[in-house]
Design a binder for this molecule. Structure first.
Ligand code: ADP
Ligand code: 5GP
Length: 191
């Protein structure tokens, strides 16, 4: 296959559940040129507010296993009891086309991607305080209180792991400011 020479870069955005990753990724993707915002596959049940093919591809355990067996996932991980994975072909096509690829994935997945694409830009989003994180999760109202509690208690270990692996940490207090910071990190890394 002919190689045009110009390849895109991967931007990994991680952070605890409810910190604002999806909100930030959507806005950043809308502001960048030549961008591909990944849609992951997951075995997590779809919530009422989510759309198949927009938020995720919601698939069965068997379908997920088939993707693994056929080598169709760039990375995958079990997060809060469900499987999540990044479809490989779309990412490779976007990179080949010179696009900036945005992956909103957890720390386990980020490590796998970094091993394959070492020049990936890694950004971890932090909440200003634990209380604010809890408020955002509750305000979103997607999980019941037991599931929300589970996600909150996972936040500290994810944050601790992130200190070792992420080049950039951004505190999402004021949304616009956090978006600006993420934009600046990406634009600087792309030049
Ligand atoms: P994540 O994708 O990290 O789980 P979301 O993007 O779904 O988080 O955001 C969780 C909730 O917090 C949403 O209701 C979103 O509108 C809200 N949110 C995101 N950023 C901020 C912010 N800076 N200030 C207040 N609310 C925010
Ligand atoms: P949620 O259920 O809140 O949408 O996502 C839960 C966690 O799974 C978040 O930390 C999110 O970043 C992570 N996640 C979403 N998609 C993927 C993926 O494709 N791979 C990995 N490793 N994690 C993912």
């Amino acid at each position: 296959m002919q190689d045009s020479g110009k390849k895109g870069k991967i931007v990994i955005i991680s952070g605890p559940s409810g910190v604002g990753k999806s909100t930030i990724c959507k806005e950043v993707a809308s502001r960048l040129k030549d961008v591909y915002l990944n849609i992951s596959v997951t075995t997590r049940p779809r919530s009422k507010s989510e759309v198949h093919g927009r938020n995720y591809w919601f698939i069965s355990q068997q379908e997920f296993q088939d993707h693994i067996n056929k080598g169709q996932l760039l990375e995958y991980a079990k997060v809060f009891g469900h499987l999540y994975g990044t479809p490989k072909d779309k990412i490779e096509q976007a990179l080949q086309a010179g696009k900036t690829v945005i992956l909103e994935i957890d720390v386990q997945g980020a490590k796998q991607v970094k091993a394959i694409y070492p020049d990936s830009i890694m950004i971890f989003i932090l909440p200003p305080t634990a209380r604010v994180l809890a408020e955002r999760l509750n305000h979103r109202g997607r999980e019941n209180s037991k599931k929300a509690e589970e996600r909150l208690s996972g936040a500290s270990s994810e944050i601790a792991a992130a200190w070792q692996y992420y080049q950039h940490m951004v505190i999402n207090e004021q949304l616009n400011q956090a978006i600006e910071e993420v934009m600046q990190i990406i634009q600087k890394s792309l030049t």
